[in-house]
Design a binder for this molecule. Structure first.
Ligand code: ATP
Length: 352
């Protein structure tokens, strides 16, 4: 869990110093005051990942070009500094050379936001990112395989753009893609198998109904990447792009046996998105050996009291939970949240 948080030139905060209760708390405030930015900072400090941007520079307070996040997380003092020289990472005062080393013994996080509906309605990329965020937290090898796959994919894609692609070079990159892509597909398939019963249980509990949910990992070219690449050879040359592999795979979601994006109502889709995130948390707890921190960005206003309470009931009681909201009206209907500490966010500062 996260016990302190210090920010320097992060988003709208020039400076911030917070003591954080073990149970978590609720950040309230008007729009655009910095509530989401605080949760984002916790996510970056813990996982070097922002749910809002892939570019670290975006998080530097405008005009500064740098930011710092520090805090005590899972009993370690961690620091992330970003500047034009790049990232500087330390744990307990010792510099960690490279993101993988920083993340190896980092904490676990589940991010829940309004945009989670896109997990059901959006493109496969959003579902792949959901699996990748989970896989990378559970296994450093997952992140490594994905990084190497991406580098080889970029090189192959550049070659395919050429008018007369160098086939020997493409073949060499495909060997790397096959090695790491096969590893990724196997890891993602295992994750999906483990997630399915957890997501189904969460779906039933949050919806309060028996709604059979099935999850399946769908590799874009079939199970064997080598033969998928062979089959796609002519198409890839024609389209001048890489069309099969883990970067095109998908996670299939079915409710009552029907595609959730097409047949589920909006309410069912929202519940399903929550169920996927709750399953992510349970799996992190089971396989990661510690409770994740739940970062819940503005999701409660969208839920009716029944689903809100079911959601809170499903979350592990001992987990640290951070919630942002513009209004506290709904809090009295959610007894499990009433005892959480409240913080008011406004004009670049936070008061408890
Ligand atoms: N790099 C940056 N530098 C300075 N300000 C920024 C930067 N990035 C975002 N902001 C501003 O920070 C403010 C806070 O944004 P944030 O999304 O954290 O607010 P919020 O309180 O969660 O808002 P809402 O309730 O509308 O979701 C916004 O005005 C935003 O434009």
């Amino acid at each position: 869990m996260v016990r302190t948080l210090r920010l320097l030139d992060f988003r709208c905060f020039s400076g911030l110093d917070l003591e954080l209760p073990a149970a978590g708390g609720v950040f309230t405030g008007e729009n655009a005051q910095g509530k989401t930015s605080i949760l984002e900072a916790i996510c970056v400090l813990t996982r070097l990942h922002s749910p809002r941007t892939r570019r670290m520079a975006t998080m530097a307070r405008v005009g500064t070009g740098h930011f710092g996040i520090a805090g005590e997380t899972w009993e370690q003092e961690r620091k992330v500094r970003f500047s034009k020289e790049g990232l500087a990472l330390t744990v307990d005062g010792e510099s960690r050379d490279g993101q993988s080393k920083y993340l190896a013994d980092g904490g676990l996080v589940v991010w829940m936001g309004n945009e989670d509906l896109d997990l059901v309605r959006g493109s496969g990329e959003i579902r792949r990112r959901y699996l990748d965020f989970l896989g990378a937290q559970l296994d450093p090898g997952y992140r490594r395989a994905w990084a190497r796959y991406k580098v080889a994919l970029k090189s192959k894609s550049l070659l395919l753009k050429e008018s007369r692609p160098n086939e020997a070079e493409i073949a060499a990159y495909e060997e790397i893609l096959i090695e790491h892509g096969t590893e990724l597909t196997a890891s993602r398939t295992k994750l999906v198998t483990a997630l399915e019963p957890l997501a189904a249980a969460a779906q039933a509990e949050v919806s309060g109904k028996a709604e059979p949910l099935t999850l399946a990992y769908r590799p874009s070219g079939g199970i064997c990447l080598r033969s998928a690449l062979e089959h796609a050879r002519e198409r890839e040359r024609r389209l001048r792009q890489s069309v099969v592999g883990p970067h095109r795979d998908d996670l299939e979601l079915r409710l009552h046996g029907l595609a959730a994006s097409e047949f589920a109502s909006e309410g069912q889709q929202r519940t399903l998105a929550l169920a996927l995130k709750l399953a992510q948390g349970k799996l992190l707890e089971q396989l990661g050996g510690r409770l994740p921190v739940y970062l819940m960005d503005d999701i409660f206003g969208e839920l009716d009291p029944g689903r809100r309470n079911a959601l809170m009931h499903h979350l592990p009681g001992a987990a640290q939970k951070w919630i942002t909201t513009t209004t506290l009206d709904w809090l009295k209907e959610t007894p499990e949240l009433e005892n959480l500490a409240r913080f008011t966010v406004g004009s670049g500062s936070v008061t408890r």
